[in-house]
Ligand binder design. Sequence first.
Ligand code: NAP
Length: 312
Amino acid sequence: MTGLHRPGLLQIGGFPPEVQSQIDAEFERLGAADIERDPARAGDIRAIVTRSNLEVPASLVERLPKLEIIATNGVGYDLIPLELAARRGIVVSNTPDVLNAAVAELCIGALLSLLRQLPQADRYVRDGRWLEANFPLSTSLAGKHVGIIGLGRIGKEIARRLELFGVALAYHGRSDQGLDWRFEADLAALARDVDILIVAAPGGRETARMIDARVLDALGPRGWLVNVARGSLVDEEALLAALEQKRIAGAALDVFDGEPDIDKRFLGLENVLLLPHIGSATQETRAAMAQLMLDNLRSWFRSGRALTPVTA
Ligand code: NAP
C-alpha cells in the first residue's frame, strides 16, 4: 500500500471520455499492468469498475486484499464472482432500471424486423429487385401468442409494449407473480403454446442452456426466438441446428456465446437477425448507466452504502 489520497480503482474495459474524466478526477486509476510491475500496488485498490459484458476473474479479486466494491456498468452480473465477493464482504453494484426502456425498445424492434423481414426488404430495394417483383409476404405480430422467459424489470417493459400490438402474453420464471399475464412453470410447455419466445432472464449457472433442443422443437417450425438476455441461456449448437434445418422459423439475437467473436455459421443463415449486443446502446441510456455506476461508487466511499447493490 502506498497511502493514496483518492481511492485506488482498477478499471476493466473502456468508457467514453466524459465518464473516464470523472473516474480519473475522483479515483486513482490503476491498470492490471501497474500491478504486474509492482505487486504491492494491489493493496491500493479499493474498487473495480467494469462493464457487464466483461469478466471480472475470481483470480483478480483474490489478488486485491483491500477491495471493497465492484461497480458494474450494466444490470447483468453473471461475469462477476458473486460468491467470492459475498465471502469477502465485497459489495457488488449494478445499474438496474435505467436501461429497461432501451432494451425493451430494441427487443420490439428486433422482433418486428424479424417477422416483417425489414433487413431483407431494405436489401431488396437497394439491389433493384423491386423492379422485377414484389417483396414476398411476411407475417404479422398482431394476433400472435408470445411467451417471455424472465418477467423482471426488462421483461415487464417488453410485455407492456407488446400489449399494444394485440398479442396474447404468457411468461415463465421461477415463480408465479400473480399478474394478469398467464404464468407457465414448464418452459417446454410454454414454448409449445406460443409463436414467439422472448428471452429476458439473467445469465449464470442456473439458466445456462435452458433453451435447448427440446424447447426449440416445442417452439416448432412456425415459432420465433428473440434473445436480448445473454448468449449463455441458449444452447447455440441446438439453435444453429434448428435454424439450419428450419425446425424453428427464425431468431433475433442480440447476445451470443463468445461475443463479439460469434459462431461463423450464423452469418450464412437468412432466418436469423444478428445484432451486436446493443440492447442498452443509446446515448441517453449509456449516460444514465454511467451516472448510476459512478453514483454507486461515490455513495459507497461517502456513506459505506451502494445505491443499487446486487442482492441475489
Ligand atoms: P431482473 O429484473 O432480475 O429480471 C430477471 C427475471 O428473470 C425475473 O423476473 C426472474 O423471475 C427471472 N428469472 C431468474 N432466474 C430465472 C430462472 N432460473 N429461470 C427462469 N426465470 C428466471 O433483471 P432485468 O433487469 O430485467 O435484466 C434481465 C437480464 O437482461 C440481465 O440479467 C441481463 O443479462 C440482460 N440484459 C441484456 C441487455 C442487452 O444489452 N441485451 C441489457 C440489459 C440487460 P423469478 O425470480 O420469478 O424467476
